[in-house]
Design a protein around this ligand. Structure first.
Ligand SMILES: [Zn+2]
Ligand SMILES: [Zn+2]
Length: 421
């Protein structure tokens, strides 16, 4: 089975949205404040996703090699640069977020098995490029605060405090896809997209009690799953009118729980995030100290080191008409605690988890292990384990898609490859 690894990189750069064939007033009308002379700058954060089979050392690729290639091909040329001048591609097509992602892909492809490039211009705006011609996607974020209760239908005995009226700061990510304009590099007018989300969703939900103020939820339980589904219905057609396609709604009820809806009837992806703190040492029992050092570098130091691992477990299910839920959340949380957090947290993986006395606990192998032990119990809850993502450090994470036949590109395109770290 394939594994996807994600490597983070960063660069600072400035750019200017202005086309020489247009007058100053036309540029201003088309690009707004971004056309202001002499331009503006961003702290860009880049995530490169690479796919491959695990090698004999439990890794997809040696990360220090990957780091060197990204540095040489991308961050060294772009860091502290003026993007309009640095690469000829940006004279042909403006250096929008989506176009920079596309060009970075093209420059890395000859060297790495890249399957996705995600570029954040700022924390609330990112673009994804997955190698599909001029097509890219763009995600914007916003938030709203609302009250809700899990009612009607649900018994307080089973659903406890959630049946009382309470509230959340919801964080919403809206992803749209489309063809980049060959000259402007844009798939959609960003300001118009932000207005559509504000007018159709935020104004309706913000500072409301969802059960009492939004008629759709009079008889439908306002679970995160149902809210995301409803928002998709509100946004799909206005976004179409802007010339792009709504491809995903991601709704966070908290930083530990979110859902993704990708427009496929009542199918929903629900993610629970948890954390465990463990020590590990990357070294193969059958290899010499020198060989382990050569393969795993500092990670092979004999007394080990540790991480706060962030684990994201994503399950796929259908929204139940009665409960509004895709999976029994209490049951899912219990599985993760019993199978993963309890055995791994505050332990030395190589010693305390029997599986890793024989297998090197690389992030990839840990993700495989978790995927294998959770798959059947999640099936018994009536859902499907869709993805395990393990974030080992802000720079490195890996992903496994156990339910997809071949962890292929389709699966990657269909779901978010990366989350904000
Ligand atoms: Zn709630
Ligand atoms: Zn480590």
């Amino acid at each position: 089975m394939q594994c996807i690894i994600n490597r983070r990189a960063q660069f600072l750069a400035s750019h200017h949205y202005s086309l020489p064939e247009l007058s100053e007033a036309e540029n201003r009308a088309k690009f707004g404040l971004s056309s202001k002379f002499p331009g503006q700058g961003h702290n860009y954060t880049l995530f490169i996703s690479l796919a491959g089979e695990l090698d004999e050392y439990g890794m997809v690729l040696n990360l220090s090699d990957v780091k060197q290639v990204i540095k040489r091909e991308v961050t060294n040329p772009l860091d502290f640069s003026y993007l309009n001048d640095v690469w000829p591609e940006f004279q042909e097509t403006l250096s929008t977020n989506e176009n920079i992602a596309r060009v970075i892909w093209q420059r890395l492809k000859p060297h790495l098995a890249v399957v996705g490039v995600r570029l954040y211009e700022q924390p609330l705006l990112y673009a994804d490029y997955t190698g599909n011609g001029n097509e890219a996607s763009l995600s914007i974020s916003t938030h709203f605060s609302a009250a809700h209760r899990l009612a009607p239908n649900l018994s307080p005995e089973q659903y406890g405090k959630c049946t009382r009226t309470h509230g959340h700061n919801y964080h919403l990510e809206v992803t749209v896809a489309g063809e980049m304009d060959k000259r402007t590099g844009m798939i959609i007018d960003l300001t118009s997209l932000q207005e559509v989300v504000e007018n159709n969703v935020v104004q309706l939900f913000d500072h409301s009690c969802i059960n009492d103020d939004i008629p759709y939820f009079t008889n439908i339980v306002p679970t995160t799953e149902n809210i995301a589904f409803y928002m998709s219905n509100l946004l799909a057609s206005p976004i179409n009118k802007l010339g792009a396609k709504l491809t995903q709604i991601r709704l966070y009820e908290s930083s530990q729980l979110w859902v993704d809806y990708v427009g496929n009837e009542k199918e929903i992806f629900l993610t629970v995030k948890s954390e465990f703190s463990s020590a590990h040492r990357l070294a193969h029992n059958n290899l010499s100290l020198e060989k382990n050092r050569e393969v795993y570098g500092k990670c092979s130091r004999i007394n080990g080191h540790g991480h706060n691992y962030q684990l994201e477990v994503t399950v796929k299910g259908k929204i139940d008409d009665f409960t509004g839920m895709a999976v029994d959340l209490i049951g899912l949380n219990k599985l993760i605690t019993d199978y993963v957090i309890e055995p791994c947290d505050h332990g030395f993986l190589n010693i305390d988890v029997p599986y890793f006395t024989e297998v090197v606990p690389t992030a990839e192998n840990i993700a495989f292990y978790i995927s294998n032990i959770l798959r059947s119990p999640i099936q018994e809850l009536g859902a499907t384990l869709h993805k395990i993502k393990l974030v080992e450090s802000p720079n490195n994470s890996c992903e496994i898609y156990p339910s997809s036949a071949s962890n292929s590109f389709a699966a990657i395109n269909f779901t978010p490859v990366l989350a904000t770290v």
